[in-house]
Write a protein that binds this ligand. Sequence first.
Ligand code: ADP
Ligand code: MG
Length: 438
Amino acid sequence: MEQAWDRFCDALERKIGDQNMEIWIRGALRPESILPDRVRLRADSQYYHDWIRDNYYGAITAAWQEAAGRPVLVEMTWNGSAGDEQAPAPPPARRALTHLDRSRTFDNFVVGKCNEFAHAASVAVAEDPGRTHNPLFIYGGTGLGKTHLVHAIGNRFYARSNGTAGVYYCTAENFFSAMVRALQTRSIPEFRERFRTEVDLLILDDVQFLAGRDRTEEEIFYVFEAMRAEGKQIVITADEPPRSIGKLEPRLRTRFEQGLLADVQPPDVETMMAILATKVAGMPIDIPVDVQYMIAQRVRNSVRELEGVLNRLAALHSFYGQPISAQFIQDRMSDIVPPPAPPPSAEQIIARVAEHYHVRPADIRGNRRPANIAHPRQVAMFLTRRITNLSFPEIGREFNRDNSTVQHGCKKIEGDIKTNPNLRAELEMLEKMCRGNT
Ligand code: ADP
Ligand code: MG
């Protein structure tokens, strides 16, 4: 029965997408009886029943047909419907694994200086959950392995429970939509209860997305409290540490900080080489060691970028049918060949930005605050942060400002470029000019 159900779920997910699957089907619909040509499905409540029937009945029938390899009659009922007296409701299904990527494990995660602490903390949490490191908060730039690590935690945790634990992975964005649905359907109590009773390990990826969404933050706080009280483990990722996530509800920030904070950094060349070797091992290409070194040296910012380069390389290789060599890279992928130029200094960036906006560098560093200076100044701070390795306080010294003014300036521009594509394009160009400066 379970296999048929799993096959059905896979087929249905392909039809309606993982978000709808998560919000409307998993946990809300379960099989009551499965016969070769007839299945009976039971929804949690009449509300779910009606919604599912009205919106997904066609997809459900088609998915069963796909899973069973023949037409199947699908009947639907709900808990508490008339006639339930004869058929007692089945015990609630335990949703063992939700959205966990089985291919991301500790075994294929390469450990280096850049991530050894986060890795050790992750292993500790997977093996001894719900105790000291709760929540575990992993933060760092994009493409550095946070999502990989948290899936690895989920997989190890699940394996150690012999397949009995409830592991729930979701992005903060998915949590948000699920919560909005629960609000719409007035089922917040059930929503909370599900986390409390069905989930032993909750993984919330990319929580920076939640900043400023007060209602969701409140709900997460509640879910956290309930889960922690029962000794259940929570794992969180974000692109910054809690204190730098603007607009995060203070109670939630405090909770995040009470656990263990672990960061991931961009890999050094050696770690990049090791990661590259594991990625190449699974690909149909042969990359000589000198070329591997060349790539590892050039691609420093993220592992995702490295994967992109390898994929491109594989595609070009199969297109041209030439062996991969330093020359091949030089000819076909010239963008990764030039040795990385040292980043320009804050002073050079300020000069560039000043020139662009027709103001004087001294104005950018000075105390005057007219509007025509404030914007270039914030742009210069933002670009200095992006381009150099300087910390906020160090940038503050370059600009004769304190740390929080710099942070505020960077945040302001970050916000502006999200809503203003022209500004984004302008700053991208300016960034290129700054980088080409030295
Ligand atoms: P993040 O969530 O930090 O943005 P991901 O976990 O999605 O990053 O990582 C991006 C890609 O790089 C994934 O395919 C992941 O498997 C891979 N990756 C990142 N770090 C490592 C590592 N240390 N070892 C192996 N693969 C890694
Ligand atoms: Mg991620």
